[in-house]
Design a protein around this ligand. Structure first.
Ligand code: ATP
Ligand code: MG
Ligand code: MG
Ligand code: MG
Length: 436
């Protein structure tokens, strides 16, 4: 994208109403604009980040056998009356009437709808297990929408649902999702730690919240820092084998991690002092096993091996895709701006032309930009160098390719790494290798 012709409206001033750094940076870097309370429009750079995150989420869901669907945002109240949640959900649910006075709602989550879809089509235990997900906008009328996209009213969520024949199968599905989540967050470049969460009336310990450490987070968290060094992408797990999945889960849960509600001083004392991480955290994902809560209340069964009806066991698994944009920035920024992990950056790099109109500069910049125009931003504006450097740092592109008149004549480029600040003079060929 050529900056001179793009819609990337950066702001010099810090927006007064934004309380936390990620919200300020998202506005300043031109990622989003608020259109009404808790509702945001995504501008080109922000949309690229949102899509990059969604794509990584999608790939890791697919890798554990989940299948993507797309359910609508509007749902019939009838569905929610069947599960009993229409009245129970409360004022967070946005209720709507159509012209025929029929009750609709903007989905805050999709358990009812997916259970109904499942029940319409799956009739036999032979078709189990099933794992379905979608990446879709949700609406929750939060009492206090705040911190920009972190607690919006309309927000993008990946929500997955599993259906199994029995408890053991449901546990295996949960383990599979746990693995997918660990891999997803590792690829996103964030340290999201799974912490045992409250399961309410269902009991047991099969609910985890994935939490990123950040001073503005809403929950207090304690965990063993050794967790951060684990490489879940190369963890040898056979996802078709329940024993292998169970072994992985046991190893994963051997690291201490708890929110303040579940914190246990005795177990904490067992974590070596140098490895204790303590602070505030942001919930970016939540996985939950809830058995037959919805299948039973909605009357969904499949025929079992002996011909008798069986009520399938379910779990649901959420990731806050739009919240992650803010959370990643919260965890990865400095005074100058955003420091994007490469995997989610809107652009892999920016080519900064220090002297547009200079033949050598223009030619070298066009060649660099032309090597990957889909992934690169080209700052071809007539502005001062300082403005361009500031915007590049603010927008957080992982690599900056700085082309000035002196270097351009000899085909040299200054390559800056945003994360480390390191600068090197490199040949055009080396620069191309970095872009490829
Ligand atoms: P919170 O505790 O922050 O209100 P939640 O526990 O109500 O979140 P879940 O129902 O577990 O949320 O939804 C799954 C995920 O959706 C959450 O882990 C979070 O990442 C995201 N999410 C929930 N509410 C919002 C919101 N208002 N804005 C953005 N993302 C949200
Ligand atoms: Mg909530
Ligand atoms: Mg929560
Ligand atoms: Mg939650």
């Amino acid at each position: 994208m050529r900056l001179s012709r793009s819609f990337l409206p950066t702001l010099k001033e810090t927006p007064a109403d934004a309380q936390i750094v990620s919200h300020r940076l998202m506005l300043r870097a031109g990622l989003v604009r608020q259109t009404s309370s808790g509702i945001y429009a995504w501008l080109p750079a922000g949309l690229r980040v949102l899509r990059n995150i969604a794509q990584i989420v999608r790939e890791e869901q697919d890798a554990v056998g989940a299948q993507e669907v797309l359910m609508p945002t509007l749902q019939s109240a009838e569905l929610w009356k069947r599960s009993g949640r229409y009245d129970a959900y409360g004022p967070e649910m946005l209720r709507i009437k159509d012209r025929h006075e029929r009750d609709l709602l903007y989905g805050p989550t999709n358990e009812e709808m997916i259970t109904d879809l499942f029940g319409q089509s799956v009739k036999s235990y032979r078709e189990l297990p099933q794992m379905l997900y979608h990446i879709q906008w949700k609406f929750r009328d939060e009492v206090r929408p705040r911190f920009g996209v972190m607690r919006g009213r309309e927000f993008l969520m990946k929500d997955a649902y599993s259906f199994d024949l029995d408890h053991a199968g449901a546990v295996a599905s949960y383990h599979r999702m746990m693995l997918a989540y660990l891999r997803t967050f590792q690829r996103l470049g964030v340290k999201a730690i799974p912490m045992v969460a409250d399961t309410g009336p269902i009991g047991g310990d099969l609910s985890h919240e994935f939490i990123i450490l950040a001073p503005t987070g809403e929950s207090g968290v304690f965990y063993d820092g050794a967790f951060e060094d684990q490489d879940w992408l190369s963890e040898p797990v056979d996802i078709a084998d329940r024993g292998s999945l169970g072994g992985f889960f046991q190893r994963m849960t051997s690291f201490y991690a708890a929110t303040d509600e579940k914190h246990d001083d005795t177990a904490w004392a067992g974590v070596p002092a140098g490895r204790r991480r303590e602070g505030r955290g942001i919930e970016v994902g939540h996985i939950f096993y809830f058995g037959t809560k919805y299948t039973a209340s909605m009357g969904i069964t499949v025929s079992g091996p002996d011909g008798q009806p069986v009520t399938p066991e379910m779990g649901s698994y959420g990731i806050g895709v739009s919240r992650l944009v803010g959370a990643i920035i919260e965890a990865s920024h400095d005074e100058a701006g955003i420091v994007w992990p490469e995997s989610v950056a809107p652009f892999k790099g920016v080519v900064i032309n220090l002297k547009p109109g200079d033949a050598a500069c223009d030619a070298l910049c066009e060649r660099l930009y032309g090597a990957a125009p889909q992934q690169m931003l080209y700052d071809d504006r007539a502005d001062r160098a300082g403005v361009k450097f500031n915007d590049a740092d603010l927008m957080g592109h992982p690599w900056q390719f700085v082309v000035g008149p002196r270097g351009a004549v000899s085909g040299m480029v200054e390559l800056k790494c945003r994360a480390t600040g390191e600068k090197r003079e490199v040949s055009a060929d080396e620069a191309f290798a970095q872009i490829a």
